[in-house]
Design a protein around this ligand. Structure first.
Ligand SMILES: *Cc1c(COP(=O)(O)O)cnc(C)c1O
Length: 393
């Protein structure tokens, strides 16, 4: 370990990998494991996007470096998307930046705007990458709690005001991974007014903005008047268009933050392969019927799993967005114990809530990104566990 930096050595342990290792061992023993821990779509990328990639890949003009900000077609497609979906004006030159997936952008954002030991406010429970990215950049993460009885909305008045004064940046994420909580514009309005009062920036992670059900439409934080003064929003094609492996996303909003981030990126990665950007532009310029089709598949899966979980005595409700179900663990279990017993006894991987921060204790996350027959099988096994295992444990 002599050559490994303190920053890397002191990274918090990745709880997911522990279950993946155990999964491999059990599979080697011939056990069939259903993995409801994976936070990525199981469905393929739509054909029209793949065809565009193929076509663009044939053209030598696309084999060169992309411009640092990403190609104009992609940035323009993002700006058009914001105009049509949110009625938000964006200048493709200065207010849109292409990313190699939103995770890349979130990680580089920390280097772009924080100084060593700066405080960054992050949701608890929340996406674990925030904490690691802040740590790797040498800044300090500070949790703000999200309570189930407050709909997992930030309670700004209960965040220490010293901390609000010190904070450089706050991260928000709606619709949320892992809680599947959604926000209305009023949450963003309050966030923007606190950020202006206490002088911190806001980065809204909108990775699930298009994975929504029924009439619900997730707002953009940029719909709040004056949001661009202090906020950026991260978007991704990974979840909406089943493009996780393509690595394409974007950040929009405040010019200075975007410029700072593009300085880091121009010295690091020189943007994404042009045919991928152009295929993603095609996706954003489409009519989004394909996204609705994906969403209805998740919704059908949710209709199946919710009653099954309820029959186990778990208090769960349908969410309006994301492909996650966030549920309380049965009485008498920590979230780790419950996840371990689900894997050992039922052969089903779920994610213990504690993996998302201390306030995730007492909950677990199920991902609906497995084919229907596997999901049904997982439900059957859980029911068996209820009668044969969990209850007696
Ligand atoms: C999946 C996910 C991301 C990362 O998406 P990419 O664009 O593929 O990097 C970001 N935030 C949350 C909350 C996610 O679940």
């Amino acid at each position: 370990m002599e050559f490994v930096s303190d920053r890397v050595k002191s990274l918090p342990p990745y709880i997911f990998s522990q279950f993946q290792q155990r999964k491999k061992q059990l599979e080697a023993q011939g056990r069939d494991i259903i993995d409801l821990g994976i936070g990525a779509p199981d469905l393929p990328t739509p054909d029209f996007i793949i065809n565009e990639l193929k076509q663009e890949a044939e053209d030598p003009i696309n084999h060169r470096y992309s411009s640092y900000h990403g190609c104009y077609e992609f940035r323009e497609a993002v700006a058009n998307f914001y105009q049509e979906h949110y009625d938000v004006d964006l200048d493709p030159e200065t207010e849109v930046l292409a990313l190699i997936g939103s995770k890349e952008g979130l990680a580089n954002l920390m280097t772009a705007i924080t100084n060593p030991a700066d405080d960054v406010l992050i949701p608890d429970p929340g996406y674990p990458v925030y904490q690691s990215a802040i740590h790797l950049a040498g800044a300090k993460s500070q949790y703000f709690k999200l309570h189930p009885d407050k709909g997992y909305q930030p309670q700004f008045q209960s965040i220490n005001s010293q901390l609000l004064h010190r904070a450089k940046l706050m991260l928000l994420n709606y619709p949320s991974n892992p809680t599947a909580a959604t926000a209305e514009l009023s949450t963003f309005m309050e966030a923007i007014s606190y950020a202006k009062k206490y002088n911190f920036a806001i980065a809204h992670d909108a990775a699930y903005s298009l994975v929504t059900f029924n009439q619900y439409r997730a707002p953009s934080i940029l719909q709040v008047e004056g949001a661009k003064d202090i906020a950026v929003e991260f978007g991704s094609l990974s979840k909406s268009f089943n493009m996780t492996g393509w690595r394409i996303g974007y950040v929009v909003g405040n010019k200075e933050i975007i410029r700072a981030l593009s300085v880091v990126k121009s010295n690091t990665d020189t943007s994404q392969f042009l045919p991928i950007q152009k295929a993603a532009a095609k996706a954003l310029n489409s009519d989004f019927t394909i996204v609705k089709e994906h969403n209805s598949i998740y919704q059908q899966r949710m209709e199946k799993i919710i009653p099954a979980l309820q029959s186990l005595g778990l208090n769960v409700t349908k969410s309006m967005a994301t492909f996650f179900v966030w549920a309380p663990v049965p009485e008498g279990f920590t979230s780790m114990e419950f996840a371990e017993s689900m894997l050992e006894e039922a052969g089903v991987i779920i994610t213990p809530g504690v993996a998302f921060g201390p306030s995730g204790e007492g909950y677990f996350r199920i991902s609906l990104s497995v084919p229907d027959d596997r999901l049904e099988e997982a439900v059957l096994r859980m029911k068996k566990l209820k009668t044969g295992g969990v209850n007696q444990a």
